[in-house]
Design a protein around this ligand. Structure first.
Ligand SMILES: Cc1ncc(COP(=O)(O)O)c(C=O)c1O
Length: 389
C-alpha cells in the first residue's frame, strides 16, 4: 500500500514548522530544571529565560532599552493591550485609522470599540498591497488620535512604507501602533529608526518560537495605560500595580518554556542573519510565482511580494478544494479561505478567499519545486470553464 506523501509544510505565515532543533531543546531544558525567576524563587540552576528572550529581541529589533520589550500571549493579545491601553482616558468618539490590509486582530478590537461608540473608525483602502502615506494624511482630522496597521500583509506578502506613514502621523501628533506579526524575523527591523510608537511581534512565526508567545516594544511607557493588574514578584507591598517597565504590562507567571523557545528562536534568526533570510525568501517566492503564472487558469494575487507568501486561486475550483487536494494527494500543507483578513479579500477576490502558500527559512528549493508542480497539475486538471477564480 502506498504511504502518505512526506509533508511539505507551506503554512509558515500561520506558524512556522519545523522549528530549529535548538528551539525544541530550549523547551526541554527549560522544563528539566527548576526555573529561575527574579522575586519569585530563592535560587535555582535554571536560566533566566525571560531576560534572555528580552535581550535577544531587543538586539534583533534594535529596541532600546530592552525593558521596553514586553511579553504577552501573542500578537493579538499585544494589539488588544496597546489599543485599549492607549485609548483609555481619550475622549469618547475620537478618530482612529486602520486599513483594509489588516488582520482581524487589529480590525476586531477597533470595530468592537466603534460598536461601543468609543471611537470613530476610518478603514483606508489598499492599492498595490499598501496604503499610501498621502491617503493617511488625507484621512487625518483634528480628533485623530491613533493609527494601527500591519507592517506586512499575511495575504499579499506586501510590506507597507511604515517609515513615511509614521512621519506623516507624527507630524500630526497621531500615535502609531505597527503590527509586525508578519515582518519580525523576515525583514530587517530597526526600531531606533522606525517612527512607530509601538511595534507588535509574535513569537511563533518568523522568530521560530512556539505558539503562546509574543509581545510589543513601546517607546514611551506612559503613553499606554496598563489594563491588566496582578502579581509581578516586585514591590509586593504596593496594592496598586507597579508602573515600572516591563512590570507595568506583565503580571502573573510567564510562559517560561515559551520564552526559552523564543530566546532560542531569535538567537537562531540572528545567527543566520535577517538579510540572508529575506534574500532567500525573495528568490524562492519569485520562482514559485513564476511557475504558477505559467498556467493561464491560475490567478496569483501578489506578483512581487516582499514576504514569502503566495496567494492564488484556480479558475473553476473552490480554494478549500485546492487545499484538500494539495494535502491529500501531494502532502502540501497550505491554508485556504480568508486568513483572518476579510477586507483585503473583498478587494482582491470578491471576498471568496484564496489558497495561501507561505515559506520559511527552512523551506527547501526542492519543496518549492514539488509544491509548484502540484499546484500546476491541479490547475491543468481543473475544469476552468466552471466559475471564476
Ligand atoms: C498580520 C497579522 N497580525 C496578527 C496576527 C495574529 O498573530 P497571533 O497569532 O500571534 O496573535 C497574525 C497571525 O496570523 C497576522 O498575520
Amino acid at each position: 500500500m502506498a504511504g502518505n506523501p512526506p509533508i511539505i509544510y507551506l503554512n509558515n505565515a500561520a506558524t512556522t514548522w519545523p522549528k530549529p532543533p535548538e528551539v525544541l531543546e530550549a523547551v526541554r531544558q527549560s522544563l528539566a530544571l527548576p526555573v529561575f525567576g527574579s522575586g519569585r524563587t530563592t535560587g535555582s540552576q535554571g536560566e533566566d529565560y525571560i531576560t534572555l528572550a528580552r535581550e535577544a529581541l531587543a538586539s534583533l529589533l534594535a529596541a532600546d532599552p530592552p525593558e521596553h520589550v514586553v511579553f504577552t500571549q501573542n500578537a493579538t493579545d499585544s494589539l488588544n493591550l496597546l489599543i485599549q491601553g492607549f485609548l483609555a482616558g481619550k475622549e469618547a468618539g475620537c478618530h482612529v485609522i486602520t486599513t483594509a490590509l489588516d488582520h482581524n486582530s487589529v480590525l476586531r478590537p477597533l470595530y468592537e470599540l466603534e460598536r461601543q461608540h468609543c471611537i470613530r473608525l476610518t478603514v483606508l483602502p489598499v492599492e498595490d498591497g499598501a496604503v499610501s502615506p498621502e491617503s493617511v494624511e488625507a484621512a487625518i482630522t483634528p480628533d485623530t488620535r491613533l493609527m494601527v496597521t500591519a507592517h506586512g500583509s499575511n495575504v499579499l506578502g506586501s510590506v507597507q512604507d511604515i517609515s513615511r506613514i509614521g512621519e506623516v502621523l507624527h507630524d500630526h501628533g497621531v500615535f502609531f501602533i505597527v503590527d509586525g506579526a508578519q515582518t519580525a524575523g523576515h525583514i530587517p527591523i530597526n526600531l531606533r529608526k522606525l517612527p512607530a510608537d509601538a511595534y507588535v511581534f509574535t513569537g511563533h512565526k518568523g522568530l521560530f518560537g512556539i505558539p503562546g508567545t509574543g509581545g510589543f516594544y513601546l517607546q514611551d511607557p506612559e503613553s499606554v495605560a496598563p489594563v491588566r493588574y496582578g502579581g509581578t514578584g516586585t514591590d509586593s507591598f504596593l496594592l496598586t500595580h507597579p508602573r515600572g517597565m516591563p512590570e507595568r504590562f506583565e503580571s502573573g507567571t510567564h510562559n517560561y518554556p515559551g520564552l526559552a523557545a523564543l530566546a532560542a528562536g531569535v538567537s537562531y534568526v540572528a545567527s543566520v542573519g535577517v538579510t540572508a533570510i529575506m534574500e532567500k525568501a525573495e528568490r524562492q517566492t519569485a520562482l514559485f510565482i513564476r511557475e504558477l503564472k505559467e498556467e493561464p487558469n491560475i490567478t496569483v494575487y501578489n506578483a512581487s511580494p516582499s514576504l514569502p507568501i503566495v496567494s492564488f486561486n484556480i479558475r473553476g475550483m473552490e480554494n478549500d478544494d485546492v487545499g484538500f487536494i494539495l494535502a491529500r494527494a501531494y502532502g502540501v500543507v497550505a491554508r485556504t479561505g480568508l486568513h483572518c483578513a476579510p477586507l483585503v479579500h473583498r478587494a482582491i477576490d470578491g471576498g471568496k478567499g484564496s489558497v495561501r502558500l507561505s515559506l520559511s527559512w527552512l523551506t527547501t528549493d526542492e519543496e518549492c519545486r514539488i509544491a509548484a508542480r502540484a499546484v500546476r497539475e491541479i490547475a491543468q486538471n481543473a475544469d476552468s470553464s466552471v466559475g471564476s477564480p
